[in-house]
Design a protein around this ligand. Structure first.
Ligand code: PHE
Length: 450
C-alpha cells in the first residue's frame, strides 16, 4: 500500500501475493519470537502450547477470515468500515478502540524492538572492535534505540515504501526460519536439551488454569495481529478476485510455524543452560546471547538473526502505525506525512514509561496492576491481552448483530469458491464458538469465576 489512500479509487495490492506478504509481515514479529516463548515459559510449557494451538485453530482462524472480509467488503480503515456498515451508530466506538489499541501496542512494542536493535548494534561492535556483548540497560540507550525504531517505522509508513519492504520480507522471512533452524540445531546439541523439548511438547494438564487459557487465546490474537483492525485494513486493499480463505489460512499457518520454532529455539537451550523458563519478558534476551556465545561463528549468526528479527518487528510496527494512519488520512483528510509524524510522536510519549521500566527506573519498573509488575508488562497485558480479546469479541458481535454473517460469508466466498463447503461451519464458529469462548475466558479470568 503506497502513498495516501484516497477514498475513491483506492489502490489495490498488485496481486494477492502483496496482501499475503503484508499480512504475514504484520503477523510474524516479536509476538512469535519474544512474546510466545515468554508466555509459554510462564504458563506451563506443553500445556500452554496445546491450548494455544487449539485457540488459533478454533477461535483465531475464524476471526481472521471475518476481519479480512469486513475490510475487503468496505474498503476502509476500522472506523470507516464500521461507519460504512452501520452509519451513525455507537459501534463506531469499536473502530476507535482498534485505533487506541494499535497506538498502545505500538508504544511498548517499539521499546522491545529497540532492545533487539541494541543487540544488533552490540554484536556488530563485537565483530568490528571486539567489544564484549553486554546490554547496559542505561536509560539514554534504551530511549535512543526505542526512538530510533519508531522513526524507522514512521519513515517507512510515510514514504509509502511498504511494498518495497514486503518484497524484501519475501526473501528475509524464509531466511529467518533458516537461521532459527540453525540456532535450534545448536540448542538441541547441548547436553540436557531434551528436558526442554519434553517440557515444551508434553502437556501437564494440571497446569491449565483460566489464566493460562486467557493468555493462550490472547497470544493467538496478538501473534496474528487480530482484534485491532490490522487485518481489516490490509484486507481493504484486496480485490474481489482474491481468495480470502487461502490467504488467511496461509498467514495463520506460517505465523504458527514461526512461533513453534521459536519455542524449539528457546526451551531446549533454557534447560541445557540452567535458565528459568518463567523468566518472563527478558527470557529470550537471557538465553540467546548464551547460545550464540557457545556457537561456532556465533557472532555472525547473532548479527544475521537480530537483523532479521528487526525486519520482522518493523513489518509489524508498520502495520500498527498504518491502521491509525489510514484513519487520519481517510476520515480526517490529514496528509500522510502529518499523520505518521503526529502518531509517531504520541507513541513516543506514551512509550517512554515502558522504556523507563526497561531501564530499571522506579516507579515504572516496580508498579503492579492486574498481577503484572512493571509498566511495559502492564501495557502488554492491557492492550496485547485484554483489548485484542475484547476487540475480537465485539467484532464477532458486530458481524452477528449488524453486518450479518451471511453477508460476511458471501464476501469470503467471492474469490474462494471452495469456501462454499465450509460456510456452514464458519458461520457456526463465528456465531457461537468464538464469541462465547472469548466472553467466558475473559469473564473467568477477570471476575475470578473460575
Ligand atoms: N502480530 C505482531 C507480532 O506477532 C504484533 C501485532 C499485534 C501487530 C497486533 C499488529 C497488531 O509481532
Amino acid at each position: 500500500m503506497s502513498g495516501p489512500a484516497p477514498k475513491r479509487g483506492r489502490g489495490h495490492w498488485g496481486s494477492q501475493v502483496g496482501f499475503v506478504l503484508a499480512a504475514a509481515g504484520s503477523a510474524v514479529g516479536l509476538g512469535n519470537i519474544w512474546r510466545f516463548p515468554s508466555m509459554t515459559g510462564q504458563n506451563g510449557g506443553g500445556a500452554f502450547l496445546l491450548v494455544y494451538l487449539l485457540c488459533v485453530a478454533l477461535i483465531a482462524l475464524p476471526v481472521m477470515l471475518l476481519e479480512i472480509s469486513l475490510g475487503r467488503a468496505t474498503q476502509r480503515n476500522p472506523v470507516g468500515a464500521i461507519a460504512a456498515v452501520a452509519p451513525g451508530s455507537a459501534w463506531k466506538a469499536l473502530g476507535y478502540l482498534a485505533l487506541v489499541t494499535g497506538l498502545g501496542i505500538l508504544s511498548y512494542y517499539s521499546v522491545i524492538a529497540g532492545k533487539v536493535l541494541t543487540y544488533l548494534a552490540l554484536y556488530l561492535r563485537k565483530l568490528f572492535i571486539g567489544e564484549a556483548v553486554t546490554y547496559s540497560g542505561a536509560t539514554l540507550e534504551v530511549v535512543v534505540y526505542f526512538a530510533l525504531f519508531l522513526v524507522l517505522t514512521v519513515l517507512v509508513v510515510s514514504g509509502g515504501v511498504q511494498r518495497g519492504i514486503e518484497r524484501w520480507a519475501k526473501i528475509l522471512m524464509p531466511l529467518l526460519v533458516v537461521i532459527m533452524a540453525a540456532v535450534i540445531v545448536r540448542g538441541l546439541l547441548l547436553p540436557g536439551a531434551m528436558a526442554g523439548v519434553r517440557w515444551f511438547l508434553m502437556p501437564d494438564f494440571s497446569k491449565i488454569t483460566p489464566k493460562v487459557v486467557l493468555n493462550a487465546m490472547s497470544q493467538g490474537f496478538f501473534s496474528l495481529s487480530l482484534g485491532m483492525g490490522a487485518m481489516l485494513t490490509y484486507g481493504s486493499y484486496l480485490s474481489k478476485k482474491d481468495n480470502i480463505l487461502s490467504c488467511g489460512t496461509w498467514v495463520v499457518a506460517f505465523d504458527t510455524l514461526v512461533a513453534v520454532l521459536a519455542g524449539f529455539m528457546i526451551f531446549p537451550a533454557v534447560f541445557a543452560l540452567g535458565g528459568d523458563p518463567a523468566a518472563g519478558s527478558t527470557l529470550i534476551f537471557q538465553v540467546l546471547p548464551k547460545v550464540f556465545g557457545g556457537m561456532p561463528g556465533g557472532v555472525l549468526v547473532a548479527i544475521v538473526f537480530f537483523f532479521l528479527l528487526c525486519v520482522a518487528a518493523l513489518t509489524s510496527t508498520v502495520s500498527l502505525l498504518e491502521v491509525v494512519t489510514a484513519y487520519f488520512v481517510d476520515e480526517r483528510g490529514w496528509s500522510r506525512r502529518r499523520s505518521v509524524w503526529s502518531i509517531g510522536l504520541v507513541a513516543l510519549i506514551v512509550g517512554l514509561p515502558s522504556a523507563f521500566h526497561l531501564a530499571g527506573i522506579s516507579p515504572w519498573q516496580s508498579m503492579t496492576l492486574f498481577g503484572k509488575t512493571g509498566f511495559l508488562d502492564i501495557m502488554d497485558f492491557v492492550w496485547g491481552n485484554l483489548s485484542l480479546a475484547i476487540g475480537s469479541l465485539l467484532l464477532c458481535v458486530f458481524a452477528i448483530a449488524v453486518w450479518g454473517l451471511n453477508r460476511a460469508a458471501d464476501e469470503i466466498e467471492i474469490g474462494a469458491p471452495a469456501f462454499a463447503a465450509l460456510r456452514g461451519a464458519w458461520v457456526f464458529f463465528v456465531r457461537w464458538v468464538c464469541p462465547i469462548s472469548i466472553a467466558v475466558i475473559l469473564a473467568t479470568k477477570l471476575f475470578g469465576l473460575g
